[in-house]
Design a protein around this ligand. Sequence first.
Ligand code: SF4
Ligand code: SF4
Length: 485
Amino acid sequence: MNFLKLKIPALQTDAMQHSEPYLAKAATQKALGYPEQLVENWQTVAVSKMGELLAQTPHLQAYLDNCVHCSACSDKCHYFLGTGDPKNMPVARQDLFRQVYRRYFTFAGKYFPRLVGAKDFDEKVLNDWYRYFHQCSQCRRCAVFCPFGIDTADIAMAAREILNSIGKGQRYTQEIIVKVESVGNNLGMSKPALQHILQNLEEDLFENTGCKIRLPLDEYGAEVLFIPPSADFFAEPHVDGFLGYAKVFYQAGLSWTLCSDATEAGNFALFSGSETHLQQIAARIHDAAATLGVKRIVFGECGHAWRVAHNLLPPLLKNLTLNRNYPVPQHICELSYDLLQRGALRIDKAKNAEKRVSFHDSCNIARASQMGNISGGQFKIPRALLTACCEQFHEMPRNTTHESTFCCGGGGGLLTDELMPLRIKGALPRIQAFQAVIATQQVTHLATICAICKTQLSQVFPNYRLERAQIISLHQLIGDALVLK
Ligand code: SF4
Ligand code: SF4
């Protein structure tokens, strides 16, 4: 199977006009340095913030000036394909921003607004911004198909930062940022709570393997500081992947540690567009590595965390003493792949014989980062691991994988209950591709390497009658196939 025929939906004007996330609470806005509620002169503040962002990020202005409205991106967004709402076409989403930009920052827009589609930033436009910039998971699929590489995700991030600056932030994302900055993880989990969880998991590991596999916390001088997404500590289907990482470290004889001050790989500031908070959370990981004296930092299975780690963390790490044999930071898949290449992992793929597996490329890894030193490593490394530990691995249609992968529908800070109807609809193209490979290859499991994808897909599967299919962590598959004794 090479190609999935995607049905373009009939246009349904304003179909998703009702969909918007809860507003951030005043205390959260304040904690992050934003106004507690919509400021009275919000229009002036918003236009001024837009001017600031345009000056700081020249590519933003290039995106706004260079679109020729060719429509090549129109049918590439999963939220448009799932809802039919024309405002969910990437070009229309961009135009919500572009019409305001033209009105206040271009000569033609100031004097002949109607001629160039410029609009005042009024309340109706503001409400559309809040709704439709929170119907973009910042997946960047549309940018792959744009002849000019215009990235709607960047425009959405700028819009969200402008919304924050006038006191109209989004609750889910803001609350997670506050928790991570104050406690170190998005659950607000204390060190004693974490110790308790790790102790229980060590007992489970011993029961299942007969091996004394440790889950070390705050151990000074370990080789590796390991940063998983915090869902890995307790939630299904994440936790078995966490046990898989531990088995890999154990078999390789690598010393590693978690850090109670930095137990969260995720950096939700990426979704709010805030450079300040993005750096603050990344710096927390840098500080943890320095305090514990590790030689390298390895990130667990989290898509956007890897995007931040790959693109932002290296400059922050330049003062650390690093092991020159490894790129820093490193993704857990890179580490496992390296061990596999060196024959350090004993794998019996027959242990996964009953699982027929397909793979979902997570957007932030597929389109916004890289793995390893090989071209296309972000696609090749997970597949090399899958074929090493599974007898039955089957690809979804090519136009829905690799750089053309469809978002799970829950990324970009949208993984919140009030957006569930949008998330279900946005998952449609991904689900259709998975259903296609189930029909031809009787696939039973969908593997992925992103915590958000795992949660989102597990939650929407029942809406597509996929209760029997399972989301599985790639490192669960590896852990299940390891011969530990
Ligand atoms: S970045 Fe993704 S979610 Fe946003 S408009 Fe483009 S395709 Fe849609
Ligand atoms: S593909 Fe690019 S140039 Fe064409 S409409 Fe979309 S954003 Fe504009």
